[in-house]
Design a protein around this ligand. Structure first.
Ligand code: CA
Length: 242
């Protein structure tokens, strides 16, 4: 592997969801990398197809963003090779042109989704989240019930349980828990939590999020051995069963 064209930005044991970004255009990769990191993802960048193949087969990634126009191996072939190697990580391809044929061949080569450049970062982020969630084994999607380990949340009845123990939550605590359970393992910043649960960008200096996290933690974690709600210092919070 060409060490110079691969940047490792997060230690492998960081506990972050990790994204492999394959893009030879530095302007675009810098922009996407910054955005993803601000959202709490760990990002690794590969600048050519061969590096992408090497890094993807070594690393544990929750998703791969793959540019089709690479200097050595076409992104479509990279995708095909990764699938042939048995890699089932979700892949989102980036195409420079709005060519229908590019999209079709990209999807046929085993990609899960595609986006045409130029794109809005918010849309890329939304699509990545969908791919990551869809692949996560810990969450049952399109179901009334969200589950993480022995924690169950019923979206319809607003019932929350750990094992057989019923847990009483206020509406805001419930919304906060639902927000985490819809993105298991994903680090959520305070700003992001404010937007999702309170529905606006409140003053990020307010400690309302920390107050609610404490309350929620007391109810869902304090009396149980397996702690689910984790603090990720300097970034925010996440829920997972590890
Ligand atoms: Ca390119």
């Amino acid at each position: 592997m060409n060490e110079q064209s691969v940047k490792t930005n997060q230690p492998t044991d960081s506990g972050f969801l990790r994204i492999l970004l394959v893009e030879d255009d530095k302007r675009i990769s810098d922009f996407v990398e910054r955005g993803l990191k601000a959202e709490g993802y760990g990002v690794e960048v590969a600048r050519c197809g061969q590096d992408a193949i090497d890094v993807a087969s070594e690393g544990q990634f929750q998703a791969i963003i793959l540019d089709l126009g690479l200097p050595d191996i076409n992104g479509r072939d990279v995708c095909e090779r990764l699938r042939k190697q048995g890699l089932d990580t979700p892949i989102l391809i980036l195409t420079a042109r709005d060519a229908v044929q590019d999209k079709v061949t990209g999807l046929r080569s085993g990609a899960d989704d595609y986006m045409t450049k130029p794109f809005a970062f918010e849309e890329l982020l939304a699509r990545i989240e969908v791919l990551v969630r869809r692949r996560s084994g810990e969450i049952k999607l399109d179901s009334k019930q969200l589950q993480l380990a022995d924690l169950l949340l019923n979206v319809d009845t607003h019932e929350v349980k750990r094992g057989e123990t019923l847990i009483e939550l206020t509406p805001k605590e419930f919304a906060l828990l639902e927000c985490f359970l819809r993105m298991p393992g994903k680090v959520l910043s305070r700003t992001r939590i404010l937007e999702q649960v309170w529905g606006y960008s409140a003053d990020p200096l307010t400690n309302v999020v920390d107050v609610y996290i404490r309350q929620l933690r007391r109810k869902i974690d304090d009396e149980f051995e397996l702690k689910l709600l984790k603090t990720v210092r300097g970034y925010g919070y996440k829920m997972d069963a590890s």
